[in-house]
Design a protein around this ligand. Structure first.
Ligand SMILES: [Zn+2]
Length: 276
């Protein structure tokens, strides 16, 4: 029962953030005549909608942090519903604002009719390319909705894969994170091999010490270092289990972006206490 309550709290915070986002987007549209969620790449990839969906998903992430629970599949279904809700709200706010020959549309037609006409008009605008089939208009109207869902689902997957204690149903808290830098992947491979041996026999504290002494300097020399290795130790506040993670990142030509080298990742949860 308590778990259902927690999931509902995540869902409600997600819904509230969708409502707030729709209000902000509608306000920007009425003030500046630009609808952020309409922005697309090559007229097909709904970047604006994906971005808004991502922000709405962050609302669910706040909820997940508040109740300290991993969102269930139920939340993913809620996000799908939110995607429709967002665009319905945008159109509803527009419906309340629009005037036709100095008369407010709200006094002339029902919202359902306004909705149907808005979607049909979009199909007429695309007539040159796609023809004016109403069915196609509905399909086209679905693209931003799916984009919004994609943005939210990205946050959902991120929340599902964050280190989590399945015993206590709680997110793990970070105890310490350290980074070391080198210039060649070969060195990271040697560190990986040694740390893997220690982790396999649950010698976590030794693995941390090995990392501190052999994985390279703590400070980056931007002109030389292109490999970064991280050790993160997390623990569960409730049962005291520890989580050890070793990760390696690589960047090309001293650019800002670090890309993870998945084959060199080590991750393990243990009852053994890790002293760092
Ligand atoms: Zn626990």
């Amino acid at each position: 029962m308590r778990e259902i309550r927690n999931q509902f709290i995540i869902l409600i915070i997600g819904m509230l953030s969708t409502l707030v986002l729709a209000l902000i987007a509608a306000w920007i549209e009425s003030e500046f005549n630009v609808l952020i969620s309409d922005f697309s790449l090559c007229g097909v990839i709904p970047l604006g909608a994906i971005f808004m969906g991502y922000l709405a998903g962050r609302g669910c992430a706040v909820g997940a942090r508040v109740v300290d629970r991993k969102p269930g599949k139920f939340i993913l279904a809620g996000m799908f519903f939110q995607s429709f809700l967002f665009f319905l709200l945008i159109l509803f706010f527009r419906y309340r604002e629009v005037q036709l020959e100095s008369e407010e549309v709200i006094t002339l037609i029902e919202f359902g009719e306004f909705l149907r006409q808005t979607i049909a008009t979009a199909s007429v605008q695309d007539k040159s390319t796609f023809g004016s089939l109403l069915v196609l208009a509905y399909v086209l109207a679905l693209i931003p909705v799916l984009g919004f869902f994609l943005g939210s689902a990205f946050v959902y997957l991120d929340l599902r894969t964050k280190p989590y204690c399945e015993t206590c149903l709680s997110y793990l808290k970070q105890k310490r994170k350290q980074s070391r830098f080198t210039w060649h992947i070969k060195e990271a491979e040697i560190t990986h091999e040694e740390i893997l041996k220690l982790v396999e026999r649950n010698a976590f504290s030794e693995a941390v010490r090995y990392f501190e002494q052999h994985a390279g300097p703590e400070k980056i020399d931007d002109s030389r270092h292109n490999i970064r290795a991280d050790v993160t130790v997390m623990h569960c506040n409730f049962c005291g289990q520890h989580h050890f993670a070793f990760e390696v990142f690589h960047r090309r030509d001293h650019k800002k972006e670090w890309v993870q080298v998945n084959r060199l990742s080590i991750e393990k949860m243990s009852d053994t206490r890790i002293d760092i």
